[in-house]
Ligand binder design. Structure first.
Ligand SMILES: C[S@@+](CC[C@H](N)C(=O)[O-])C[C@H]1O[C@@H](n2cnc3c(N)ncnc32)[C@H](O)[C@@H]1O
Length: 235
């Protein structure tokens, strides 16, 4: 039976992962998480972490960052809220239930959009990437950690065979770089800054896209107000 990724299956699947997520997916992916946070902090300012999950990376930010986390799964966010509360993370401004494909933020409201292990879990990756490009400011960056599938060979075959299993676990095993290059071709306002292989086995990459500055940068005070009124601040 085909098992497609959609918001319902994602919510149910990550609802089940929530209590054990950090134990299963913690240490193995931590080097890439730390690298992504370091890259985000090089840009600095207001950071939107999409698919923040249990908030496993939130402790890596310094106090000078201002981080807003969103996720589709309430149960993953419950773990994140507990973590933020217990560790008194004042740099976390908010945690909200929100769909990466329908971001409830004004255009250009963030300096950085960060998403780790997320783009290959959302039902429509292109729509999510379009949203990231919309809400990042010119001169800002989209920073991703993502699995990059093989284009050919034995690994490519294995990824295709394992695809239904991966979908049941809540992600795609096959995700060729071509997804990103085709998206980039459509977005003349975005450019690739860096693509760096990440452990384990270099099957993942840290990817940085920069939003091109085309005119003078203005800060609209209304964006500030819209940001402050979006989502909740239960953290
Ligand atoms: C593999 S986990 C990654 C969690 C965390 N970023 C990490 O580093 O471990 C994927 C996360 O993306 C969330 N997610 C999947 N689709 C989403 C969507 N459309 N909008 C927001 N979050 C989504 C899932 O609920 C889950 O928490």
């Amino acid at each position: 039976m085909a098992f497609a990724l959609n918001n319902d299956t994602v919510t149910k699947t990550y609802g089940r992962w929530a209590p054990v997520y950090d134990v299963v997916f913690g240490a193995i992916f931590d080097r890439a998480r730390q690298a992504a946070v370091a890259a985000s902090e090089e840009v600095g300012g207001r950071i939107l972490e999409v698919g923040v999950g249990t908030g496993i990376s939130l402790g890596y930010y310094s106090a000078r960052s201002r981080v807003w986390g969103i996720d589709l799964s309430e149960r993953m966010l419950e773990v994140a809220r507990k973590r933020v509360y217990e560790q008194r993370m004042t740099h976390v401004e908010g945690l909200s239930i929100m769909d990466a494909e329908r971001l409830d933020f004004q255009p250009a409201s963030f300096d950085v959009i960060m998403a780790q292990y997320v783009v290959n879990t959302v039902p429509h990756p292109n729509i999510a990437l379009d949203e990231f490009a919309r809400v990042v400011r010119p001169g800002g960056e989209i920073i991703l950690v993502n699995r990059i599938g093989a284009d050919a060979g034995a690994r490519h075959l294995a990824e295709r065979v394992l695809s239904p299993v991966a979908h049941r676990l809540g992600w795609r095993s096959e995700f060729p770089w071509q997804h990103f290059s085709a998206w980039l071709d459509r977005h003349k306002d975005m450019r690739l800054i860096e693509r760096r292989p990440m452990p384990p086995f270099g099957h993942f990459s840290l990817i940085r896209f920069g939003k091109v500055v085309t005119g003078p940068i203005r800060t609209d005070p209304r964006d500030e107000a819209a940001y402050a009124s979006t989502g909740n601040l239960e953290a």
